[in-house]
Design a protein around this ligand. Structure first.
Ligand SMILES: [Mg+2]
Length: 305
């Protein structure tokens, strides 16, 4: 965090400059227009700190942006906006080893049954949901399913780690460019995924994009996807000290992604890179729909304005 697109050609900041918590806060009424040509009018909060080498710096905050002023230069240090992404079929093509090796191995070892996730429509479901629904389908007693749920998740993670070298992860079109743009403009980028966190991180590392995602809600943390969105927002607010209010966006390829984003108060952006059509995502309540994440400028237009 704190990396930001600089205004007026000044270099972007890439390292934490100071701890926000240590700043003395003063309230300042008025408007502000920065050197980059755009401006905003709102109640501003002036935060002041004597930084290293006796240099003064200020952080100006509006509901949507934080701007650092130092040595006569302005830097956008954060857009105060949170952009959340689903993983499978939104950022990457689904990893094969999780579905074909990790899930079946865990079902066999922990519950003693042969099962494939193809036996149900697992799209948009959290991993905990998949385990519970599939084991119910195989006739396993619900008490037994829940009592061994943690074991099953851990067995999946161990199995995935053992075979992840064999996995092929394909990055979807436009993903890297969009993430890079979002990072350089100071957006906070996170995940909302049904994947268990070690598996999610493993897939993204393989795709070379794990470092973009500072926070997230993961399948091991809750069975319910709406709660995962809320959790990702809560973690982000705690970590970065912002209240995002309406400035949360969620990208996903399934109606469940869209519905959970809307239920948590986010703007839901559907992508038709999975199995669902534009009409299905629209019916689920998507605010915007894209064929893929290639049109960086159009997407940024939505996120910025
Ligand atoms: Mg997906």
């Amino acid at each position: 965090m704190w990396a930001g697109g600089a205004i007026g050609g000044a270099p972007a900041l890439h390292k934490p400059f100071f701890q926000k918590e240590s700043l003395e806060e003063k309230k300042l009424e008025g408007g502000f227009k920065c050197a980059g040509g755009w401006g905003f009018k709102s109640t501003l909060f002036l935060k002041e700190k004597r930084a290293r080498k006796r240099t003064f710096s200020w952080v100006f905050e509006s509901p949507s942006r934080s701007i650092l002023f130092i040595k006569n230069k302005f830097f956008v240090i954060s857009m105060n906006k949170l952009v959340l992404f689903d993983i499978d079929n939104t950022l990457i093509k689904s990893s094969k080893v999780k579905d074909s090796i990790a899930f079946p191995e865990a079902f066999k070892k922990v519950y003693g049954v042969e099962a494939s996730i193809n036996d149900i429509n697992a799209h948009g479901m959290t991993d905990q949901q998949i385990i519970i629904e599939l084991m119910k389908l195989k006739g396993i007693d619900e008490h037994k399913i829940l009592s061994k749920l943690k074991d099953c998740m851990q067995t999946m993670i161990d199995s995935f780690n053992r075979v992840s070298d064999q996995d092929e992860v394909v990055l979807l079109d436009g993903v890297k460019e969009l993430l890079s743009e979002l990072e350089s403009k100071g957006f906070i980028i996170g995940l909302v995924t049904g994947n268990l966190e070690p598996i999610a991180r493993g897939k993204l590392k393989k795709a070379g994009i794990n470092h973009y995602f500072k926070v997230g809600g993961f399948g091991n943390e809750d069975i319910n996807r709406v709660n995962l969105v809320k959790l990702a927002i809560k973690k982000s607010e705690e970590r970065f000290g912002f209240k995002f209010n309406k400035n949360v966006f969620l990208f996903g390829d399934t109606p469940q992604d869209v519905k959970s984003g809307k239920a948590a108060g986010a703007t839901a952006i559907g992508v038709t890179t999975g199995i669902y059509s534009k009409e299905q995502l629209k019916e689920a309540g998507a605010d915007y729909i894209f064929e893929n994440l290639e049109d960086t400028n159009k997407i940024l237009d939505i996120l910025i304005h």
